[in-house]
Design a protein around this ligand. Structure first.
Ligand SMILES: [Zn+2]
Length: 664
């Protein structure tokens, strides 16, 4: 038999103009599925009271003499047990844990303990939701995921059960979704005391509680169901429940040691292998990853005989922040102050830099603290770049409204593909035409999925890299970002009309990235340099060659702009461009000399004399710059991925910091 808990939906006259508020929902009712209809049990019955010996009898009575007959479409299906006494979520499929570990780069064998005892944790009974309810994303999570599981529900109480006895205490089975905030889970996992906020946002049960006699089992007594998980109609994974390493009988027996299990207690099977997003993450092939769940995504989970849960994911408000406690073992942190002098105050917000031209500045110019621009013509304006996350971009767009209310945004230029210039694109109205160099559009497709950047905030990457990344990337909110691709591309140059003003786009890359566009407004004498200029902070060569960046500096100087807005750091002029050009001249000279002496790239980077550039922020980026130069001199240098380069930068920073503090 298939039991449901449901509530009447008093939807009144849906077409009525005077209808206000959400649907009124009546008290919970219990019913049995009969064909396409629900045969109701008497008013006031709850499923939990019927579990055990009276369940089938009550079901038979309802089939013969229903208290009411309704169509499922006319009611709201709830979790069969809207508030179970307890939920233990188990890990019966060891291939799930193997695949999750592989996804986050842990390729070692499972500890022997996994083969000795079954794993489970207690989930939150207060956050159980029904099979069609909306699912709130856990506040602060950028990595929201689902897990397709089967749940067994205890019918009669029992304690110290054998696995065989335990099977007999199961009243029925239902689909179970363990909604999981992977980033929060990763962070809390470092505390090694079990699941917490990463898991307690929501658990779905539904749509039916199905008695065991209706379901197929294999010869070993394992449930034999085919399952299938989809997001927005696209297959994520399929699997079969016979592949359980630990059976329900075994995990229930284990859990019953010394404690009484009560009617309605829920046991989740753990994820059927392949039926969640995390198992499909591969940091070596990020383009293949579909991304985490976002507002509006529809998740459908199905199992033979258990029906379907189908739910829409919804964004939620950000969490209330908590201040970190002081770490008594932490090294004193050098204050981060951008040392560059500027004629214009270097403060967060909108600054007019020319006639009808503004810069949005975001100190201190380190990773993610980037500048943007606004150029207004007659009744139209052009945005230069968005910011690293949605809150920062929203704040900027609202700060620009005094200008854009009078001269609406019509176009936006993305100077290059890095997230700190592109992540905010989705907040631009659809009518705004987004323009970028072809190389930038291509690189946006192949860069890390935006929310994966949250890895830098939550993954444990060792004692040196972890604190470095938390320090540099810890303050951004990578949730909910959907990359907006450019609507129009160009190759080397493009002239735009912005309300009657001429604006020149010049792609001077590859240098910082595959394509680096500068935006020149000749009538105002202003140049937006994008990340071809870092002022008071160290530039970083992701693409190169370095000679191209030096040539780009000369090309920028030749434009004759009197005011220059860098991608990072305070507003400058031609002298700021010269400083960056001379920095690269110095790096080339030092790296070439080290190479001639026979030093390897690490020896060259770690021993380099930064001369007058030692006072800039983020000096450790010299590691990447020397690496690029070495690859230019000698292309057979081993290729290092971004994580490896970040690891070396963190090590460089740690060594120089301890050298600066000196022996005590
Ligand atoms: Zn940048």
């Amino acid at each position: 038999m298939r039991f449901v808990t449901y509530a009447a939906t008093n939807d009144g006259d849906r077409a009525g103009a005077d209808r206000v508020g959400p649907d009124q929902v009546g008290p919970d009712r219990v019913g049995v599925i009969n064909g396409d209809l629900i045969h109701a049990l008497p008013d006031g019955t709850s499923l939990i009271e019927l579990l055990g010996s009276t369940l089938r009898q009550a079901g038979r009575r309802a089939l013969a003499e229903p208290a009411d007959v309704v169509a499922p479409a006319d009611v709201t299906l709830k979790a069969p047990l809207p508030r179970p006494p307890s939920i233990r979520d188990c890990l019966c499929f060891l291939d799930h844990i193997r695949a999750c570990r592989k996804a986050v780069g842990d390729t070692g064998p499972l500890e022997r303990t996994w083969y000795q005892i079954p794993a489970f944790y207690f989930a939150n009974t207060a956050s159980v939701i029904g099979p069609h309810d909306e699912v709130p994303i856990s506040p602060g999570s950028a990595w929201f995921d689902f897990e397709l599981e089967i749940a067994a529900v205890i019918g009669t109480a029992g304690q110290d059960l054998t696995p065989q006895q335990a099977e007999g205490h199961i009243a029925g089975y239902t689909l179970f979704c363990d909604w999981s905030a992977r980033d929060l889970q990763g962070l809390e996992g470092q505390l090694k005391i079990g699941q917490a906020k990463g898991k307690d946002g929501a658990s779905t049960l539904g749509q039916w509680l199905v008695t065991p006699d209706e379901l197929p089992f294999d010869l070993d007594g394992r449930l034999a169901l085919q399952v299938r998980a989809e997001v927005n109609g696209e297959l994520v994974g399929t699997g079969r429940t016979e592949s359980m390493d630990w059976t329900f009988g075994e995990v229930i027996s284990y859990a019953s040691r010394g404690v009484e299990l009560r009617p309605g207690d829920v046991f989740g099977s753990g994820t059927v292998p392949g039926c969640c997003l995390l198992e499909h993450l591969d940091f070596g092939d990020l383009a293949a990853f579909r991304g985490w769940l976002k507002d509006g995504d529809v998740v459908s989970l199905r199992a033979d005989g258990l029906g379907e849960v189908r739910q829409t994911v919804r964004a939620s408000a950000p969490p209330h922040p908590l201040a970190a406690r002081p770490d008594p073992t932490a090294q004193p942190r050098r204050p981060r102050v951008n040392p560059a002098a500027s004629a214009m105050p270097y403060t967060k917000g909108l600054h007019q830099v020319g006639d009808g031209v503004w810069a949005w500045l975001l100190p201190d110019g380190g990773y993610g603290w980037s500048n943007a621009g606004l150029i207004a013509g007659d009744g139209a304006s052009l945005l230069v770049d968005t910011l690293y996350d949605l809150p920062l971009t929203a704040e900027m767009l609202s700060g620009m409204r005094p200008v854009t209310d009078r001269h609406p945004l019509r176009q936006a230029v993305l100077t290059h593909a890095n997230g700190d210039h592109t992540h905010g694109g989705q907040l631009l109205p659809g009518s705004v035409r987004v323009i970028a160099a072809e190389g930038t559009a291509h690189e946006m497709h192949t860069e890390m999925v935006p929310e994966l950047t949250a890895a830098l905030q939550v993954m444990d990457l060792g004692p040196t890299l972890t604190p470095y990344l938390r320090d540099r990337f810890g303050q951004f909110d990578f949730g909910g970002i959907r990359l907006r691709a450019p609507d129009r591309t160009f190759d080397r140059r493009l002239a735009l009309d912005v309300g009657g003003r001429e604006v020149q786009l010049l792609n001077l890359g590859p240098a910082h990235t595959e394509a680096d566009t500068v935006v020149h407004i000749p009538d105002a004498g202003v140049l937006f340099a994008g990340d071809l200029l870092f002022i008071g902070c160290t530039p970083i060569v992701w693409s190169g060659p370095l000679a191209n960046w030096i040539a780009a500096c000369d090309a920028m100087i030749s434009l004759g702009a009197t005011t220059v807005v860098p991608g990072h750091g305070p507003v400058t002029d031609a002298n700021g461009i010269r400083a960056v050009r001379d920095y690269f001249g110095h790096i080339v000279e030092q790296a070439d000399a080290a190479y001639a002496k026979g030093l390897d790239f690490q020896e060259a980077a770690f021993g380099i004399d930064l001369a007058e550039y030692a006072g800039w922020l983020d000096t450790e980026r010299v590691v990447v710059n020397v690496y690029r130069r070495y690859r230019e001199i000698h292309p057979d240098q081993p290729v290092l991925d971004r994580f490896a380069l970040f690891g070396l930068m963190a090590e460089w920073d740690r060594r120089r910091q301890s050298a600066a503090v000196g022996p005590r």
